[in-house]
Design a protein around this ligand. Structure first.
Ligand code: COA
Length: 225
């Protein structure tokens, strides 16, 4: 399928050279109203920037005005459009990333690996037996980065499926020996082998992964200024 694609758009949330109004203009009337409800200015700016960026990106595929795109929300909160375009959004720290594909449902997760404390506790709760064993055996200096690599893969899977963390992160098991595959996922979410993990490299402070159906596609990383 030569026309199949997976494109990742990324950018800074609070970039100084972008006027709030650029992205505000892309929002729907309902979103503009929601933007007035944020008490903290930085949260309002983050909402306007990420939602506006999502609309700007989607409009580039659909060839329509960003404001007029009808973004719906699934049962567990996953945004979608009724079109052959699949997408998912993530934000962490000062960055956001949007995955867009015409192949299959897609999930993306981004983490800034300076924020998290109590990795042991999260590993205990959210990693499977195999993942825990692999992680515990790593050298201490490897543990932090590997925690985030596994974490974003697992989160991207629950976002691709659309169920969110209620799916059970500890039941979405990354293969420690081939970290681009899952060896187990909850049975009502299909076969583990149907999903492919794509590692996305943004910069040294962030870890990011996409999960998508295991098909052939052209991959591109694009920066949104
Ligand atoms: C979806 C979820 C995994 C996001 O985790 P996160 O790492 O905190 O946030 P991210 O920045 O990566 O992603 C947030 C974006 O994911 C998207 N999203 C929301 N729900 C989603 C879902 N069920 N599936 C896929 N994507 C979802 C939204 O676009 C959201 O951004 P927005 O709120 O600005 O529109 C998590 O919030 C979740 O599981 N939500 C579902 C609710 C739920 O099951 N709660 C159980 C509480 S125990």
């Amino acid at each position: 399928m030569p026309d199949s694609f997976l494109e990742i758009w990324h950018g800074d949330i609070l970039s100084v050279n972008i006027e709030r109004q650029d992205y505000y203009a892309f929002l729907s009337d309902e979103e503009k109203l929601k933007a007035t409800t944020f008490l903290r200015p930085e949260l309002q700016k983050k909402y306007i920037k990420t939602r506006g960026a999502l609309r700007k990106v989607l409009a580039s595929y659909l060839n329509i005005n960003p404001q007029s795109i009808c973004i719906k929300t699934g049962k567990y909160g996953k945004p979608f459009i009724e079109n052959e375009i699949f997408f998912n959004l993530t934000h962490a720290g000062n960055k956001f990333a949007i995955a867009v594909s015409n192949c299959s449902e897609v999930g993306i997760d981004l983490e800034c690996h300076k924020n998290r404390i109590n990795l042991q506790g999260l590993v205990g709760k959210c990693f499977s037996k195999q993942e825990k064993a692999y992680w515990q055996a790593l050298a201490k200096e490897q543990q932090e980065i590997m925690f985030y690599r596994f974490w974003v893969r697992k989160e991207a899977l629950v976002k691709a499926v659309g169920r969110g963390i209620a799916l059970g992160l500890n039941q979405c098991v990354v293969d420690p020996l081939n970290q681009l595959c899952f060896i187990d996922i909850p049975s009502d979410s299909g076969e583990a082998g149907e999903w492919k993990i794509v590692e996305v490299t943004l910069n040294k402070d962030y870890v990011c992964a996409v999960v998508i159906n295991d098909v052939e596609f052209n991959y591109r990383l694009k920066e949104l200024k």
